[in-house]
Design a binder for this molecule. Structure first.
Ligand code: SAM
Length: 206
């Protein structure tokens, strides 16, 4: 996909503005508990420590720091310069950052990563761009690579966005052109405000 419409600058400005004005209600200030859980209990689903991992739409980098502490070589990607600056300030030396738009195929590192980690990035992508998001995250992965995603599967789709809602079945259909699900669980260890709203999925690239 090549998204060269004026949409992308508008989107960057929207998210950058959120960091500039510190209006970031999605930010947990810590790694998402379901990621802590999967690292503790289901490590065999994930690549071995040392593998290269991209955290997309990484925001202030709390999840990136968690996976770095688990031994992965992390690149935290976000198209907002403010997010990357905050991540570097909060976690100096823990991981690399890259100012990258996951919808811009021509600027992405191709075939580089064993795993992509996703948390509240997919729900930030306008639904009409979801196919591009899926194709581009797949393109970043090595053959057999996995996408570990913590998805907000219970937001009403009619509610608009961001965040943009996704029913679980729709999520699987959206990822199907490039990925097959190999493991999924409705999260019981989400933060209080997201209880019973999140699904953790491991997708494997075709
Ligand atoms: C809801 S925030 C989530 C941030 C972080 N994952 C967290 O949970 O705190 C969505 C993030 O995705 C980034 N983002 C949105 N669209 C993007 C795109 N096309 N490419 C890269 N980053 C994007 C935004 O800048 C923002 O930091």
């Amino acid at each position: 996909m090549t998204l060269s419409s004026p949409l992308t600058p508008d989107m960057v400005a929207f998210w950058q503005g959120r960091y500039d004005t510190k209006q970031t209600p999605w930010d947990l200030g810590a790694p998402a508990p379901p990621f802590i859980g999967v690292l503790q209990a289901h490590r065999a689903l994930l690549p071995s420590p040392g593998a290269k991992v991209a955290v997309v739409g990484a925001g202030r980098g709390h999840d990136a720091a968690l996976f770095a502490s688990a031994g992965y070589a992390i690149t935290a990607m976000d198209f907002s310069a403010g997010a990357n600056a905050e991540a570097t300030r909060l976690y100096p030396g823990h991981f690399a950052t890259a100012q990258i738009d996951v919808l811009q195929q021509d600027t992405l590192p191709h075939g580089d990563f064993a795993m992509v980690v996703e948390h509240t990035c997919f729900c930030a992508i306008p639904p009409r761009c979801r196919g591009d998001y899926v194709a581009n995250t797949a393109a970043m992965l090595q053959p057999g690579g996995v996408l570990l995603g913590l998805f907000w599967t219970e937001i009403p789709i009619e509610a608009g966005g961001p965040p943009y809602g996704t029913a679980y079945d729709t999520l699987l259909d959206t990822f199907a052109p490039c990925f097959k699900p190999v493991w999924a669980v409705g999260c019981l260890n989400s933060v209080a405000s997201r209880q019973r709203q999140e699904t953790l999925v491991v997708f494997e690239k075709h």
